[in-house]
Design a protein around this ligand. Structure first.
Ligand code: COA
Length: 439
């Protein structure tokens, strides 16, 4: 992690153009301190924006401390009856996005984008987004990312779904385990113990999985119900897998809702399953599928290519829904493309349009036999014989992690290319990307 970049980004002033546009409406854009009481008012605004109830005093107290890693900005309306509560909120932090080849690039992760219903439709969200993206670009952050409440909000800024997620609903009575019988043991552990192990395990796996970012500590607190105002503490169970050498290689967190009409068909919901190797993956899924008194296992934020499907003797026992999940926006084409690795050598020219201008241009990508990419911003002197792809930055962002192929986007009419198969082969990656949480 580039701690200097993260710290500089956290402390950077707000974008002047965005502040100016909002000032023309009598509104004030400013940074919000990660300390009470400013952070409290900001949190109240976020909860209101997401239609949540007023936060409890306990949540407010815990929140200011837990949110220190986030750069928070607010838009304030001095003319309103509660001028201390912002009418617009936006949080972001520089983190690491795993990209193909076991590498990472710095990414501005964005969350808590809200505008009070009384102030919507006035360009407040646009001003905040465009301003914060300019701050990221000015500091050399090559990529931005977010998870979304509605999939239609962010395409206009160049974001695209670059990591799909699947939600699984498994009829466990029908599924029957057909996966391997692995050595090692499976045991219940306390939520405290799981809280201690899970971040380490996730840190271990995220390097191999394009689309992941480090999971902030406050999210682990929530998953393991360690936050002081957990809604129904005690519902979550934790189970770990240890290999024959006694090393813990996986943990699953789940909760169960009893089916009072039929006690043999209770419903289990997985909140996190982190498996550092294939034995841990098989052992934990087998544990879930074979649990007595459970009729349905539901899990979400899984990848589009789970080995689990091939561990069920009846694949139709699993109903799998595919959704858009991690939205990515390339801000700096050269740094982003050079940051990942390529499965095969080759070259392609990308003629990129960008609604915000940051990535516009003609870029030549050349990947060598070691999988390293070099990008020339002049597009190369002569691209003869090299696939040329004309596309928007959203489409390049969609294909960046290998989630969708350029030939699929060409077939969908989203890109134009002289050689769809050639261009697609270059950006393809062997592993399906995944992001195992929302932020
Ligand atoms: C989504 C939200 C932040 C938009 O705020 P806003 O200040 O009203 O948005 P703006 O006025 O700046 O509009 C910017 C653009 O987004 C569009 N837009 C606004 N809300 C939208 C929505 N819900 N879905 C799709 N597009 C939307 C506008 O039409 C406008 O388009 P244009 O500039 O291309 O013409 C606001 O409606 C909100 O807080 N919603 C509830 C919380 C939420 O869902 N936040 C998103 C979390 S991922």
């Amino acid at each position: 992690m580039d701690d200097d970049l993260a710290a500089t980004y956290h402390g950077a002033p707000v974008d002047e153009a965005a502040a100016g546009a909002l000032a023309a409406q009598g509104l004030e854009l400013r940074r919000v301190a990660n300390a009470r009481p400013e952070a409290d008012a900001w949190l109240r605004a976020v909860r209101r924006g997401f239609l949540d109830p007023e936060p409890t005093e306990e949540r407010i107290a815990a929140s200011a401390a837990a949110n220190g890693y986030r750069r928070m900005i607010g838009v304030f309306d001095p003319g309103g009856p509660m001028p201390e509560i912002p009418v617009g909120t936006f949080a972001s932090w520089v983190t690491e996005l795993t990209v193909p080849g076991g590498r990472t690039v710095p990414m501005a992760a964005i969350s808590a984008v809200t505008v009070a219903p009384t102030h919507q439709g006035r360009g407040i969200a646009r001003a905040m987004m465009e301003g914060e993206l300019r701050v990221a670009v000015s500091l050399g952050v090559p990529v931005a990312g977010l998870t979304v409440s509605e999939s239609t909000i962010y395409g206009r800024y160049g974001f695209a779904p670059a990591v799909a997620a699947t939600t699984w609903k498994i009829d466990t009575k029908r599924a029957r385990w057909a996966g391997p019988d692995v050595p090692g043991r499976v045991d219940y552990v306390s939520r405290d113990v799981a809280r201690g192990i899970l971040p380490r395990l996730h840190e271990e796996i995220r390097w191999h999985r394009p689309g992941e970012i480090p999971i902030p500590g406050s999210h682990w607190d929530r998953f393991t119900e360690q936050n002081p105002d957990a809604d129904k503490p005690g519902r979550v169970r934790a189970v770990q897998y240890s290999d024959p050498a006694g090393r813990v290689r996986g943990v699953v967190l789940y909760s169960v809702t009893e089916n009072e009409d039929d006690f043999t068909k209770s419903e289990l919901v997985v909140s996190q399953l982190v498996a550092a190797d294939s034995h841990a993956y098989a052992a934990l899924w087998r544990h879930l599928i074979e649990l007595p008194l459970i009729g349905t296992v539901t899990a979400s934020e899984l990848s589009a290519d789970e080995p689990l499907l091939w561990m069920l003797s009846d694949q139709r026992a699993a109903r799998i829904t595919l959704t858009d999940h991690h939205y990515v926006r390339v801000l700096d084409v050269a740094t982003a493309l050079e940051g990942r690795r390529y499965d095969i050598p080759g070259a392609a020219v990308f003629e990129v349009t960008d609604p915000l201008g940051h990535s516009r241009g003609r870029w030549l990508l050349e990947a060598d036999a070691q999988g390293r990419g070099r990008v020339r911003s002049d597009g190369g002197p002569d691209a003869q014989g090299i696939p040329v792809v004309r596309l928007g930055i959203a489409e390049l962002s969609a294909a960046y992690l290998g989630s969708v192929s350029l030939s699929t986007l060409a077939a969908a009419g989203r890109v134009e290319t002289t050689d769809a198969a050639g261009a697609a082969a270059l950006l393809r990656h062997r592993a399906a990307p995944q992001l195992s949480f929302w932020y």
